[in-house]
Design a protein around this ligand. Structure first.
Ligand SMILES: C[S@@+](CC[C@H](N)C(=O)[O-])C[C@H]1O[C@@H](n2cnc3c(N)ncnc32)[C@H](O)[C@@H]1O
Length: 262
């Protein structure tokens, strides 16, 4: 399934991928200058949210098997999943709709999925139970710390960051996940040829993503600017609603340069 992307910019300004790419292309390693990047990212606030009875039951029944406690020690993914398979990290899966779909259409891959919002974790556990999935594990913790302490270099075949909080206000932009330091960490944890796939429906953030990812020396863009929506990423309810309202959606797929780390 390939859908048109970048067709209706959020701000009403026209946004062609090629024009944006040209305007945003920076020499490798150059950080864009108009965004204040902090040393550490606090990309979320803990939201209040009710865990439903079904989610609570899923926690009880499935939590012990599918939720991995955060520890500051490197993860043994083969032991964790009970098999050796390509490993994809997802950061911020929300209610897990896309996560469960992707894990279903890619049974050959293992998915390590981070989310801090408890009802979201319950919701994904519920889907795992309903769909009998075995290739997902959840860490209910800040993905930045998971990345720092649980994942060694060259351990990931892919990273998914779908619709990360856009932190619209200028003074909150520093909370955005996609900024040079985090992208450098992600890139270093990818295997050669491994991919980083981001998607957003907020044009200024899409522009920032393109700028930051293009400036990371370990990464290379798979497209001329924004990418066509990869088939495995479904249109979620949230995204469909946005598209009906005329919002655009931008996908970015970068790969680690094959000879970047020897
Ligand atoms: C806007 S939601 C998008 C959810 C989902 N990816 C989707 O497409 O519907 C962003 C999610 O990322 C989570 N999040 C933000 N920063 C995070 C972090 N550092 N570690 C784990 N989860 C995070 C938030 O709790 C929130 O649920």
């Amino acid at each position: 399934m390939t859908v048109p992307h970048s067709t209706a910019p959020a701000s009403g300004a026209t946004c062609s991928s090629a024009a944006l790419t040209a305007a945003l292309s920076l020499p490798a390693g150059t950080a864009p200058s108009n965004v204040p990047y902090p040393k550490t990212i606090k990309s979320f606030v803990r939201r209040a949210g009710r865990t439903t009875t079904g989610q609570a039951k899923a926690f009880e029944d499935l939590g012990p098997r599918f939720v991995v406690p955060y520890t500051a020690a490197l993860l043994d993914a083969t032991a964790l999943f009970g098999r050796s398979a390509p490993l994809v990290l997802e950061i911020g899966f929300g209610m897990g709709e896309a996560t469960a779909h992707i894990a279903r259409v890619r049974p050959q891959d293992n998915f390590l999925c981070c989310e801090v919002h408890e009802p979201g974790v319950g919701a994904l556990l519920k889907r795992i139970g309903e769909q009998g999935q075995t290739n997902i594990r959840i860490v209910q913790h800040d993905a930045v710390e998971v990345l720092d302490h649980m994942l060694p270099p060259a351990s990931l075949d892919g990273v998914h960051i779908f619709f990360p909080d856009p932190w619209h206000k200028k003074k909150h932009n520093k909370r955005r996940l996609i900024q040079p330091a985090l992208v450098a960490k992600l890139a270093a944890r990818l295997k050669p040829g491994g991919y980083l796939h981001c998607a957003t429906d907020w044009q200024p953030y899409a522009e920032q993503m393109l700028q930051v990812l293009s400036a990371e020396p370990l990464l290379v863009n798979t497209a001329e600017g924004f990418a066509p929506q990869p088939e495995y990423r479904p249109l979620t309810k949230f995204e469909n609603r946005g598209l009906r309202l005329g919002h655009g959606v931008w996908d970015l797929v970068f790969r680690q340069r094959p000879s970047a780390i020897d």
